[in-house]
Design a protein around this ligand. Structure first.
Ligand code: ATP
Ligand code: MG
Length: 223
């Protein structure tokens, strides 16, 4: 797997969940520094060793991930660059847990939003008009999660090749308001049970936070 200065690829292992413990499953991936490999029943390596920009082990928290690979993204976003956190992995691998956290732990979303508003309140010489939108891709259709009547949205391009999507954009002025929009959208997001995850996300979602400047930049969360 290759990376560039603009794209960092990190792996985050999660601990076994209750169902896996009950079924007597054992972790089969071993982590050594920034690499992972699979082991057989007796712990011998087989197959390739895969190396990434970062590999976080099962004890790592979302805050560890935030500090290591995400906080610099927020900094460059505030300086006028687009930023994206894209979680990828099979069902039950921990994408939603990483972005949204749990009762006991903030997700990357909470940590990013807190930091954005921290920057905003520390900036006294300009005012920001921050907006957010939230939509899902389900059965190859894009549905607005903040506006029920806005379904099957069309993607258009402006003359500069920027993607335009007529999703509802809500103006937000603090952390609580952004979190409220995420919560509002999650209520209508398609979820269902899979054999591996009781609350499996059946759609891909994209949450945008847009920040106007000389050009408008977007922080996207994709899961
Ligand atoms: N780091 C972690 N610590 C503890 N539990 C975790 C961790 N990561 C994930 N889990 C648990 O594992 C289960 C699956 O995680 P999650 O729902 O985030 O998977 P997902 O990748 O979003 O799956 P899907 O594609 O089906 O939506 C959940 O019960 C979640 O609470
Ligand atoms: Mg999910």
């Amino acid at each position: 797997m290759s990376s560039t200065d603009n794209i960092k690829v990190a792996i985050k292992a999660r601990p076994l969940i209750q169902r896996e413990i009950v079924e007597g499953l054992k972790p089969v991936w071993r982590i050594r520094s920034n690499s992972v490999y699979q082991t057989d029943d007796v712990g011998n390596r087989f197959g390739e060793i895969y190396t990434f920009d970062h590999v976080f082990d099962q004890d790592c928290t979302n805050t560890n991930v935030y500090t290591t690979v995400v906080s610099s993204l927020v900094e460059s976003f505030m300086e006028g660059f687009n930023a994206t956190i894209f979680t990828y992995g099979q069902t039950s691998s921990g994408k939603t847990h990483t972005i949204l956290g749990s009762k006991s732990e903030d997700g990357l979303f909470d940590l990013v939003v807190k930091d954005i508003f921290h920057y905003v309140s520390a900036t006294t010489d300009k005012k920001y008009l921050i907006r957010c939108s939230y939509f899902e891709i389900y059965n190859e259709k894009i549905n607005d999660l903040l506006e029920k009547s806005n379904q099957a949205l069309a993607i258009r391009e402006d003359t500069k090749g920027n993607m335009i999507l007529n999703a509802r954009e809500a103006v937000v002025t603090n952390v609580a308001e952004v979190k409220e929009k995420m919560k509002e959208g999650n209520k209508v997001r398609r979820i269902g049970a899979t054999g591996m995850n009781e609350r499996s996300s059946r759609s891909h979602t994209i949450f945008h936070i847009s920040l106007p400047g000389i050009k408008t930049v977007i922080f996207s969360f994709i899961q």
